[in-house]
Design a protein around this ligand. Structure first.
Ligand code: HPA
Length: 318
């Protein structure tokens, strides 16, 4: 009987790296940047030149996590962004709520490190907690709340992989300030005068999902200082920072979290109302997956233009 072989994260990511790099032409072997495309933001891959383009399905890459959620594809797209910057796009990401271990969710970041990528751009769809935000706003992340991580459900828990980084990595400067400054500059140039979409900076709270948050949970996260809430990104950022990768992260506000307390059963305003009327009251602001995808679709263009512009500005002239 063959015993199962337990490979270390370095061994697994090296196998994935070897598999990938064999399929890349020389011009794409050393991407400058990786871009993780969140829900509805996979359109970024359309901006990759058709001429020099390599697509690799997650399903084919050793140890790569497979996706299960509707509306998410799963492939790496290598190519030139804006015709000049060698880049890799992750179209679709594995989420913790799908049942993947936190190691699997963050595995692609390890592979990016082996590809010697030094900057990762992460995008996601998120619920707005800050009452000033509206659906369609873009939030440049400058910090996060990782309640699961604080409680010990942390991607770096266990023996430290010294090859990747130190035992106790600091996260007080996780969201690169220089890159953030450049994003604001780029925004002035790409902002659409018609939609006048707004760009904020804010704090992202990680929620395990897959349920959306209760009203009380939304109020708690807001009181703790979060501006948006979502079910991804933070574990990847922690692992990226551990191995010294610079981070830029964006949320697209696809719905407003409901902060008002749920109506009380003894509220005089609801007495005598039929179930339909009660339902209508409760529908207000309720999150749903279709709404999230739709908001993603209509705002994705601006977000994509911003990302392409920033990446092109930063890496195009090096
Ligand atoms: N909560 C968590 N994740 C999300 C939300 C939300 O309201 N919207 C989009 N992703």
């Amino acid at each position: 009987m063959e015993l199962p072989v337990h490979l270390s994260v370095l061994e697994k990511s090296t196998e994935a790296f070897n598999f990938i790099v064999k399929r890349l032409p020389d011009a794409l072997k050393a991407p400058r940047v990786a871009i993780v495309c969140g829900s509805g933001l996979g359109g970024l891959s359309e901006t990759i030149d058709k001429e020099l383009r390599v697509e690799i399905d997650y399903a084919d890459i050793p140890h790569f996590p497979q996706l299960t959620v509707a509306g998410h594809a799963g492939k790496l797209v290598f190519g030139l962004l804006d015709k000049k910057v060698p880049a890799v796009l992750m179209v679709g990401r594995a989420h913790y709520y799908e049942g993947h271990s936190i190691d699997q969710v963050t595995f692609p970041i390890r592979v990016f490190k082996l590809l010697q990528i030094d900057t990762v751009v992460l995008t996601n769809a998120a619920g707005g907690l800050n009452p000033d935000y509206t659906v369609g706003d873009i939030v440049l992340l400058n910090d996060h709340l990782f309640l699961a991580g604080l409680a010990g459900n942390h991607p770096l828990r266990g023996p430290n992989s010294e090859e990747f980084g130190p035992r106790f990595p600091p996260l007080s400067d996780a969201y690169d300030l220089d890159l953030r400054r450049q994003v604001h500059e780029a925004w002035e140039k790409v902002i659409d005068p018609v939609t006048k979409r707004r760009l904020h900076e804010g704090v992202y709270a990680f929620a395990g999902g897959p349920s959306y948050e209760t009203r009380a949970e939304c109020r708690m996260l807001r009181q703790l200082g979060a501006d948006v809430v979502g079910m991804s990104t933070v574990p990847e950022i922690v692992v990226a920072r551990h191995c010294g990768i610079r981070i830029l992260a964006f949320s697209l506000v696809t719905n407003n979290a409901v902060l008002s307390p749920v109506p009380r059963g003894d509220d005089h305003l609801i007495q005598g109302r039929d179930v339909k009327e009660l339902d209508a009251i409760l529908q207000e602001g309720k999150a749903n997956h279709e709404e999230v995808l739709e908001a993603g679709r209509s705002a994705a263009q601006d977000m994509q233009r911003l990302v392409v512009h920033v990446v092109s500005d930063i890496f195009g002239n090096l």
